[in-house]
Design a protein around this ligand. Structure first.
Ligand SMILES: [Zn+2]
Length: 275
């Protein structure tokens, strides 16, 4: 009798273990959701010379238009579905399903080259993107490097989402509550005035934030906010610190390759001791 009970217990355990393996296998094979972060899309000939660049401009993140198109096309060849940030948040964060291979494209700062060189590629490929824009001035940065209000309106009219990136690109983690309200709520109000529509998402300048910053973002009614934390799992707890990824131009480093395969993100985080 004891022998049969032991058999039954063993069978049940192995059944549970095999079900867990099937579930894990399914997740690894079917799920890969991510948010891409870009700054500049600019041909090399138009990139300012070193003396004319400010570190705040993030030129180290520049991609030529061909590399930008290459990245989007290779993701599409790999069967990634391009979604708006709104759709991404609904599926990956709010329902925690994170179904299939899904990617949302984002840009930080509001550079003029986004309008000149990224928008035509996105329009040609029928891919939506979110542009996080600084609504005021950025210290030492020439106004002609930035998108103008008519350009932002044209972006929105072409199905692009305009998000907030504060008024002056400060380190938010150092500011008082009043100053936070001005940078975060003020930027939202500025952009809503320009666009005549609601601004729902925000990206933290330089990825810097703390609890007070998150509370301010929530107080002003943003749906979600993006960080620059790489390779994360954007579960419901990550709504106000969404992880974003940056790939090398040809997406051909080991890290790039691992993150691009389903289950790779989980593997990368495990290998780095992040979970
Ligand atoms: Zn920025």
């Amino acid at each position: 009798m004891r022998f049969f009970r032991g058999m039954a217990l063993r069978n049940r355990r192995s059944l549970i273990a095999s079900q867990q393996l099937i579930t894990l296998n399914f997740q690894l094979r079917s799920t890969n959701v991510m948010i891409l972060m870009y700054h500049h899309v600019c041909p090399i000939a138009e990139v300012p010379v070193a003396e004319e660049r400010r570190s705040i401009e993030g030129w180290e993140y520049n991609l030529g238009p061909e590399d930008f198109a290459f990245q989007l096309e290779s993701l599409r060849r790999r069967k990634f579905r391009f979604v708006t940030l709104d759709e991404y948040v609904r599926q990956a964060v709010e329902s925690d399903r994170g179904s299939g291979k899904m990617v949302a494209v984002t840009f930080d700062d509001g550079w003029r080259d986004n309008y000149d060189h990224a928008l035509p590629v996105l329009t040609r490929l029928g891919i939506p993107a979110t542009f996080f824009v600084v609504s005021g001035s950025m210290a030492g940065v020439a106004a002609e490097r930035r998108m103008t209000p008519p350009m932002l309106r044209e972006m929105a009219a072409n199905g692009m989402e305009i998000g907030a990136h504060t008024r002056t690109h400060p380190n938010l983690a150092t500011l008082s509550d009043d100053h936070l309200d001005d940078e975060i709520g003020g930027c939202k109000a500025d952009l809503e005035e320009i666009l005549g529509q609601s601004v729902r998402f925000l990206a933290y300048p330089g990825g810097r934030f703390n609890d007070a910053v998150v509370r301010c973002v929530q107080r002003h009614g943003f749906r979600a906010a993006c960080s620059v934390i790489p390779s994360g799992r954007n579960d419901p707890s990550a709504r106000y610190r969404l992880s974003r990824d940056v790939f090398t131009p040809q997406m051909n480093t080991w890290r790039d390759r691992i993150l691009l395969v389903p289950g790779g993100r989980w593997f990368w985080r495990t290998a780095k001791g992040l979970i």
